[in-house]
Design a protein around this ligand. Sequence first.
Ligand SMILES: Cc1cc2nc3c(=O)[nH]c(=O)nc-3n(C[C@H](O)[C@H](O)[C@H](O)COP(=O)(O)O)c2cc1C
Length: 369
Amino acid sequence: MAMKHDVFEKLGLPEKPVMLAPLAGVSDIPFRLISTMHGADLCYVEMLSAAALIYKSERTFNMAKRHKDEKVLGVQVTGRNPQETAEAVMILDSMNFDTIDLNMGCPVRKVVKQGCGSAILKDPKRVYDTVALCRKYTSKPFSAKIRLGWDHDQLNVKEVTQAVLDGGADWITIHGRCRSDRYEQPVLMDKIIEVAESYQIPVIANGNILTPADGHMVNSQEPLSGMMVSRGSLGNPWLFNQIKCPQTKEPGIDEWFSTVKKHLAWFAETYQDQPHLNVCMRKHLLWYTSGWVGAKELRNRINQLKELAAMMTALEEFVSSLKAKHDSHLRRFDLHKRPMSDFSWDPKYDMDRVLDRGVGDDKMDSLTT
Ligand SMILES: Cc1cc2nc3c(=O)[nH]c(=O)nc-3n(C[C@H](O)[C@H](O)[C@H](O)COP(=O)(O)O)c2cc1C
C-alpha cells in the first residue's frame, strides 16, 4: 500500500498527486491554468535563479506572479551555493507560494557552469548542505528535484536521496535519467522505484510520462507517491485527467477547440501589455494541433503570425474545414499516431530562442539552448 503522506494532505493534494513540472518558457500562468482545468493537482512556476531573486530582477518577479484562481502553486529555484539558495528560499517563503522545490537536475550548460542545476548532484555533501540550510528558512512543504546522477559512471541517486532526506525535505522528485542523457535515452523507472522502496521519503516519478498508459503504469507502482508530467502535457493537457480517470477519452474537435480558445484568452489576459510576446503562443498552437489530420498547413500558417487575433482566425478556419470534411465525432489522434509517444521528442526546437528564455536571469541564458 502507498503511504498516506501528510505533506500532500496539508497542500490539499490527493494521495498520489499528478503534478505539472516546472517548465522553463512554458509553465506560465496561462499554461498552469489550463493544466489545472484539466486535472493537474499541483503546478509549478518556471525555474527561478536564486541570484536573480536576490538582485530583485523584475523579470524574475514577473515570472513568479500568481493568478488569483491558482489554489495551490509551487515554485522552483536553483542557486550557486547553499547560502545563495537559502537566501532565495527565504525570499520565496515570504511570497505567495504553497511549496518550494530546489532544482538539482537542470542539464543546461550555462546553468551547470555556474554550479547550479544538475552540477549540485556531483557532490552529495553539497546537496545535504543546501537542503539543510534552506530547510531552516522555510516551514512550507519543501522538496528537491534530481536526476539519477551526473552520468552513468556517477549514478549516485541513492546517496543524493539520503542527503535530501537527511537535509529535511518533505519529498523528492526523480527524473529517471542522468545529466549526460538526452531525451533519446530511456527513463530508468526501475531505479526510481528502487529508491522509493529503500528510503523513507515520498518519491515522485518523472520522465517519459507521455501517454495515459505511461501514467497508469506509474500509478500502479505502489512505492511511488505520485508523478510529475512534463513534455506529455505540451499541447495535451487532457493527459492529466486521462491519467487520473482512465475512461477519459481523447477530446473531440469542439472540446479541443474550447480549450485552445481558453488558453488564448488567458494568454491575452496575462500578456496584454507585452504584445511582442504573442509569438510565444505559437509553440503551444503547434503542439495543440499535432494529432489532427491536415494540421501541417495550419502550423505553417501559424508560424508566420504575430497577432493573437490572426492565430484565432486561422484556427477557426481550420476547425470549420475539418468539420466539413470529416465526421463530427472525429477525435484527436483518431487518424494520426500519437506523436508524443516518441520519447526522444525535444520541444526546444519549437521554442523561440530569445523570447522563450527561461530562468529569468540574463546571466544564466536560456534553459532551452
Ligand atoms: C521546455 C522544457 C523546460 C523545462 N524546464 C524545467 C524547469 O524549469 N525545471 C525543471 O526542474 N525541469 C525542467 N524541465 C525538465 C522536465 O521537468 C522533466 O524533468 C524532463 O522533461 C523529463 O520529463 P519528460 O520526459 O516527461 O519530459 C524542462 C523540460 C522542458 C522540455
